[in-house]
Design a protein around this ligand. Structure first.
Ligand code: UDX
Ligand code: ADP
Length: 464
């Protein structure tokens, strides 16, 4: 296999965009083209004003400004880019199926399949096809089945190269990856393709962090790494409920548990629940795979992680309702934060939308402020839940672009995202403009309890 000089990436989203920007930055001799069928998204990636990039990630602007136009391009011409490239990354979305067999559990592979068919139709030269999206094990087999039937004599090598970046830290995660997984066919051609991809990452990562495996191991590692991380959060969240019932402090318990070097301190932060595009989707997928293989006990084991997460979100909303004297009907509640975590404008599966939905079922009015999530995204999240009509949603949800305005005349404030700026607010000013008694429900345990109580707030954190 000759050296890779041209890469095409299908899908300019949260995975494709930052990953390709970092590859382009580190490999100036490789021409990287990111394509998407969404014209607006591509236009935003090409916007000379770097504040208009379609996704917000710390450090991304700088990387894009260095590489864009030099060896990084964004385009809607999918066919041309596929045709020219020696290596094609597939970074399209794989949401949980909303219909038919596996509804609510399995990953929807429709977009992946469409990509495979397009690659099969367009390619005139041999290609390495890299699956980057999170996929159920054995997806490479689907890709291969489609790509091997082209009848054109063009040969494809299929690699699995799962993404481990976390949103909000995508650029540093990519730049300093703990490990890169490259899964491929265990044949001379397979190893050649794996080496070609490994060479790209070796531009900036030590070789011993690039792990070559078979395709199935690589695919399964991604699903299960996310399952392990989510499991830790559900474990600590389950203890937060126990702490609230007994007077222990979950922050202290978490610190004590995490100090055991066999356990480690990361991903033991209690919260209103995990969100994001990966954890729930990957867990559901894992559960579905186990069920279809007849491994019911294994499926039940992992499903419990999701059940606990749903409980945590519900418990938070319930606590707000019971504390506000068992009714929130007609009461205004401010939400600080809508994104599923800080430093991202992504709100997929954000706990905020589930908590809002539950409070809106009890006829509360929610005044939201988030530094990065756009109001239309908030409405689209709620409309997706489909609990009430769009006009009812717009009556009950009020986005604000100023936090002090959002918190005016409210009965309570709920912190849904751990944005740093919330800690810096003038809490006395907020208190003075609120209904009394003034409640704070800190779903991320980021605010200073003592300071707030001194001002006069009634403070409720998670598990403390
Ligand atoms: C995750 C994985 O971390 C990443 O490796 C994978 O590639 C994609 O899925 P992401 O979903 O972007 O990344 O963010 P992550 O930092 O993992 O947070 C996920 C959710 O868990 C967030 O809602 C976050 O607030 C929550 N969380 C995280 C906790 O509640 N407690 C913690 O201790 C850590
Ligand atoms: P992720 O978090 O996995 O990156 P996103 O939804 O942010 O998911 O991005 C996936 C992108 O893939 C979207 O911008 C979507 O328009 C694009 N996409 C999906 N299918 C295709 C396709 N067949 N051709 C080109 N782009 C596609």
């Amino acid at each position: 296999m000759k050296k890779i000089t041209k890469i095409c990436c299908i899908g300019a989203g949260y995975v494709g965009g930052p990953t390709m920007a970092v590859i382009a930055k580190n490999c100036p001799e490789i021409r990287v083209t990111v394509v998407d069928m969404n014209k607006q998204r591509i236009a935003d990636w090409n916007d000379p004003d770097l504040d208009k990039l379609p996704i917000y990630e710390p450090g991304l602007k700088e990387v894009v400004s260095e590489a864009r136009g030099r060896n990084l391009y964004f385009s809607t011409d999918v066919d041309k880019s596929i045709d020219e490239a020696e290596m094609i990354f597939i970074s399209v979305n794989t949401p949980t199926k909303t219909y038919g067999k596996g509804k609510g559990m399995a990953a929807d592979l429709k977009y992946i399949e469409l990509c495979a068919r397009q690659i099969a139709r367009v390619s005139k030269t041999d290609k390495i096809v890299v699956e980057k999206s999170t996929l159920p094990v054995r997806t490479a087999e689907t890709l291969r089945a489609i790509l091997d039937q082209t009848g054109t004599g063009v040969k494809f090598q299929i690699l699995s190269n799962p993404e481990f970046l976390a949103e909000g830290t995508a650029v540093t995660d990519l730049q300093n990856a703990d490990r890169v997984l490259v899964g491929g066919e265990q044949s001379p051609e397979g190893f050649e393709a794996m080496n070609a991809l490994s060479d790209i990452y070796a531009h900036w990562l030590p070789r011993d962090r690039i792990l070559q495996t078979n395709v199935w191991s690589s695919e399964l590692s991604k699903l299960t790494a996310n399952a392990f991380l989510a499991q830790r959060i559900s474990s600590i969240n389950s203890l937060s409920a126990l702490c609230e019932a007994t007077g222990a402090n979950v922050e202290e318990v978490s610190r004590a548990i995490g100090a055991d070097s066999r356990i480690g301190s990361k991903f033991l932060k209690t919260s209103v629940g995990f969100g994001g595009s990966c954890f729930q989707k990957d867990l559901l997928n894992l559960v579905y795979i186990c069920q279809t293989l007849g491994l019911q006990e294994v499926a039940d084991y992992w499903e419990q992680v999701i059940i606990m997460n749903d409980f945590q979100k519900r418990r938070f909303a319930d606590k707000i309702i019971t504390t506000l004297f068992n009714t929130v009907s007609g009461k205004k509640i401010a939400f600080l934060g809508w994104a599923f975590k800080k430093d991202t404008n992504d709100s997929r599966e954000t706990p905020a939308m589930y908590v809002a939905d539950q409070l809106m079922n009890d006829l509360a009015v929610i005044a939201v402020y988030d530094p990065k999530v756009k109001p239309e995204q908030m409405f689209s999240d709620l409309n997706y839940l489909n609990s009430r009509s769009q006009s009812e949603n717009s009556e009950l949800l009020k986005p604000f672009n100023d936090p002090y305005e959002a918190c005016k005349d409210v009965h309570a404030i709920a912190v849904l995202t751990e944005w740093d700026e919330f800690k810096e607010y003038d809490w006395v000013r907020i208190y003075n403009n609120m209904m009394k008694p003034a409640f704070v429900f800190d779903g991320r345990n980021i605010l200073d309890k003592q300071m707030l109580e001194k001002i006069g707030f009634h403070y409720h954190g998670i598990g403390r």
